[in-house]
Design a protein around this ligand. Sequence first.
Ligand code: MGD
Ligand code: MGD
Ligand code: SF4
Ligand code: MO
Length: 696
Amino acid sequence: MGDVNKVRTACRQCHGGCGVIAHVQDGKVIKVEGDPESPISHGTLCSKGLSVTQLAYHPDRILHPMRKTTQGWQRITWDEALDTIAAKFNTVIEDYGPESIVIGQGTGRDYESHLYRFANQLGTPNVLTAGHMCYVSRVASTLVTLGNLPICDYAGGPKCIVLWGCNPQWTNPDEYKGEGFWRAYKKGAKLICIDPRKGFTAKKADLWLQLRPGTDAALAVGFHRVILEEELYDREFTENYINGWDAFKERVKDYPLEKVQEITWVDKELIRKAARMYAKTKPACIHWGVPTEQTNNCADCTRAIAGLMAATGNLDTPGGNVLYVNPPTRTVAEFSRHKDLSKEQRAKRLGGDQYKLGARVAFITPKVAWEAILTGKPYPLKAGLLCGTNPVSTRANAKEVYEALDKLEFLAVIDFFMTPSADLADIFLPAGTWLEQNHVADNWKRHGYVLARQKCVEIGEAWQDHKIFQELGKKMGQEWWDTVEDGLDYLLEPAGLTWEEFKKVGYLKGEMVYHKYKERGFSTPTGKFELYSTVLEKWGYDPLPKYTELPESPVSKPELLDHYPYILNAGLRTPTFFHSANRNIPWLREIRPDPIVEIHPDTAEKHGIEEGDWVYIESPRGGARERAKFNDGIDPRVIVAEHGWWYPEIKEHGHGWDISNINMLTDNSHETMDPAIGATNLRTCLCSIELVEKGK
Ligand SMILES: Nc1nc2c(c(=O)[nH]1)N[C@H]1C(S)=C(S)[C@@H](COP(=O)(O)OP(=O)(O)OC[C@H]3O[C@@H](n4cnc5c(=O)[nH]c(N)nc54)[C@H](O)[C@@H]3O)O[C@H]1N2
Ligand SMILES: Nc1nc2c(c(=O)[nH]1)N[C@H]1C(S)=C(S)[C@@H](COP(=O)(O)OP(=O)(O)OC[C@H]3O[C@@H](n4cnc5c(=O)[nH]c(N)nc54)[C@H](O)[C@@H]3O)O[C@H]1N2
Ligand code: SF4
Ligand SMILES: [Mo]
C-alpha cells in the first residue's frame, strides 16, 4: 500500500462549498474529512459529503460512454459519442435551426458557465434549468428590484434572524451552510420561523408562524402593513432610496391584517408581533428559502420580502441582508458569452414573450419545452442534451415530462447513473464527481468567495462536465481551450492568478464594502430600490407586489374539496438525499429507506392510517405511494410529502419512476404559473389520501 496523499478540495454533493481534505491512496480516495481551515464550513461535513466514496466507487456507476441500440446499451468511445451528438445537432441545425435543440441542467452545480457557453455558441436560446422556480427566480426578481441578490450577513452579527421558508440545517442551500446560521443564532439572535411545519428550527424559534403553504406573498405584505401602520420603517431609506414608496403604501391598504390572517391562517396578532420583532431588532436579516418561489406568486413574493429588507433599513448593512462583493474573477455571465446569441435567436426563445422575467435571465420554463416536443408548436424541439438533471422525477407533471422526453427524436444525458430520465436517452455520457474535477468552485454564488475544487482522482473514463461541454463544443467548431485548466486560467485572470497558483491559495474572498448604495445608488433604471418596478411595468406586468390566490387551493377550487380535501405540501427535503439522488448510496438509504409522507395523527385516524402504513396520495393529475409518518407539528389540513423518489434497485427501464413520484400530482399548465417567470406550483396542490397497504 502506498502513502496517503491528502488533497485539499471543496465538496459539491449539494450546492457545495464545504472544505474537504481527501485522503488518496494508490490512486483511490479512501476517505474524506472536513477541512478546519475552510472559511465556509470550518471542518464540518454532512452525511452526503462524507459518503462520496460510496458515490464515486458505486458498482452501478457508468464509467464509459454508451449508445442505445436495439439490443440495449452498448459501450462506445468518447470520440464516437461526441461525433454522434455533433452530427445529430448539425443535422437539426440545418433542417430546423439551432433553436430546435434544448440544452438542460438541474440545480446549480458549478457548470452553468460551460453549459451556457456551449448553448450560446450553438445558437440556441432554449436552455432549460431549475431556475424558473429555484434561486435564479430570486436572482431575477431582485435583479430588477435592486440589481443583485441580498444575502444574510451571518458573520456581521444579526440580532434577529427570519427563516422564511428555509431549513438551512438540513439543506445548506445556495450560498449558505447551516453552520453559518447556527453560529449567528448561538450568539443570541432572536429567531422567527415562517414554516407550515414544525421542524428543528421552528422548535427553537422565538416566534413560529405556521402559515398555509404557498401564501408567503400575502404574509410579506401583512408584515409591511404592520410596519406602515406602526411607522416602524426607516425614514432615511424609504425617502431617499425607494422608488414608488407612496404607490406601495396604497397597495398595502388592500391588505388589512384580518384579510392576511384569512389568507395565511396565521393569527393577526402573531403577524403583528413578528413584524414588530423584525422591524425593531437591528440588525435583522431574512433568510428566504425555495418554497417562497415555487408558486404562482414567485416574483411578487421575492419582491415583497426584499421590500421588507429595504423598508426597515436592513439592506447592505452589517448583520442585515447584504450585497456581497465577489472576488475579481471572471463571472459566469462573462464566461458564458451571452453576447454570442444573436438578437434574432434570442427572439426565438420558447415562451420568451410570455415569461419575460425568465427570458431576461436566459432560461425557459420546462412546460414550453414539453409542448414544443409534443405538439411541434410554436416550432418543434428535435434534440436535447441534459446534464445533471432528472426531470422525470423533479419537474411538475411528471407524466407529461416522461412523454415528452420519450418522444424527443434524440437525447443525450450526462450523469453518473442510469436514472428514469437517462433511460430515455440515445447517448449516455459519464460525468466525473467532484472528486474528479478541477474548477473555480462557487463562482455562481453571491457570498463573496471562490474556492479551489481540485481533482483528486480519475475514475474509469468519466470526464468532468466542463470538459464534456468543451470537447463537444470543439467538435462543433466552437471557441474553447485546449484543456479545462486553460479555461480556469481565463476565469482567474482578473485576479492575477493561474489555476496552478490558485490551487495553492485555496480560496479568494471579495473585499466587502457595506452601504454601497449611498455612493452609487442601486443598479436599476431609477437608481433606486424599485418597490414599484419600472422594468416589470414596461413589460406589461403589475409593477407592485401583491398576492394572487393559489391556482388549486380550498379557496380557488372549493369544488374539488369533496374528492381532494387536503393541501399537499410536496418537497420535504431530508438531510441524506439531494432531490432524486442518493437513493442508491447504502449509508444514506439506510437512514431513510422509504419515501415518507407526513400526516397529522388526527387526519391519519380519519382514514384508518397507522404510522408506517403505505398511503396513496392523489391529485386531479395522478398519484404516488409513500409511507406514513405522524407529525403533529403540521396542520391537520396539510399533508407533507417527500419528492424525488424512484427506485434504483428496480433494474428495468424506468426504474419505477411513477410509483412514488410526487410530481405525478403537481401541475404545470400555463394558467397556474407565475406570469413573469414561469414558476410552477411544486409545493402546493389539492390531494386525497388513502391507505393502500399496512406497514411491515
Ligand atoms: N414537488 C417538488 N419537486 C421539486 C422540488 C420540490 O420542492 N417539490 N424542488 C425542486 C428544486 S428546488 C430543484 S432545484 C429541482 C432539482 O432538480 P434536478 O437538478 O433535476 O434534480 P437532482 O435529482 O438533484 O439531479 C438529477 C441528477 O443529477 C446527477 N448529478 C449530480 N451531480 C452531478 C454532476 O456533477 N454532474 C452530472 N452530470 N450529473 C450530476 C444525479 O446523479 C441525478 O441523477 O427539483 C425540483 N423538484
Ligand atoms: N439534503 C438536501 N439538501 C438540499 C436539497 C435536497 O434535496 N436535499 N435541495 C437543494 C435545493 S436545489 C434547494 S432549492 C434548497 C432548498 O432549501 P430550502 O430553501 O431550505 O427549502 P426547503 O427545505 O425546500 O424548505 C424550507 C422550509 O420551508 C418549509 N416550507 C414548505 N412549504 C412552505 C411554504 O409554502 N412557505 C413557507 N414559508 N415555508 C414552507 C419547509 O417545511 C421547510 O422547513 O435545498 C438544497 N439543499
Ligand atoms: S453540506 Fe453540501 S457541500 Fe457540505 S458536506 Fe454536505 S453535501 Fe458537501
Ligand atoms: Mo432548488
